[in-house]
Design a protein. Structure first.
Length: 156
């Protein structure tokens, strides 16, 4: 397996939407969530070709394999919301996530975005803090009623 620093980051192709959706499910399941929880998240973790076409979506590729991806959407006020940040479970801890978040910040900055808002999984709090995320509130999950997720803001 090549080191993470050999992963290439490139724009996602709309034809890869199904691959990205499956990767998102595997990445989320890595935290030990049960089948019922994962099924409840399926719709929220499904990315369409149209979504990939209309939003900045980038993949990390190692060899010919996609090992991670991120996406963001512009929101009012010169900000963007990171709507996806997923890494293949067997590449976790190898620098892929760090490379993706660094790329996301540079891409957003290049588009004139001043800050990135992130609704993070509770298991990823340390990652987003290490990436410069400052806690800025909470939001109810779009998949699991009553589940509250932390929000972070990265000033660019």
């Amino acid at each position: 397996m090549p080191p993470a620093n050999e992963a290439k980051i490139r724009p996602a192709d709309p034809s890869e939407a199904e691959v990205l959706s499956a990767l998102a499910m595997r990445s989320k399941a890595r935290w030990g969530y049960g089948a019922e929880f994962m099924e409840a998240c399926r719709e929220e973790l499904t990315y369409s070709a149209d979504y990939v076409r209309k939003n900045p979506v980038f993949v990390a590729e190692s060899g010919a394999k996609i090992v991670g991806f991120y996406a963001f959407e512009r929101v009012p006020g010169g900000e963007a919301e990171l709507t996806a940040m997923f890494v293949e479970p067997d590449h976790t801890g190898r620098g892929v996530g760090r490379a993706l978040i660094t790329h996301a910040k540079a891409t957003a900055r290049g588009q004139g975005i001043e800050a990135i808002i992130i609704q993070g999984d509770p298991n990823a709090v340390a990652f987003y803090r290490a990436a410069g995320g400052v806690p800025c509130g909470e939001r109810e999950s779009g998949s699991i009623p009553g589940r509250v997720l932390p929000l972070f803001r990265i000033q660019l």
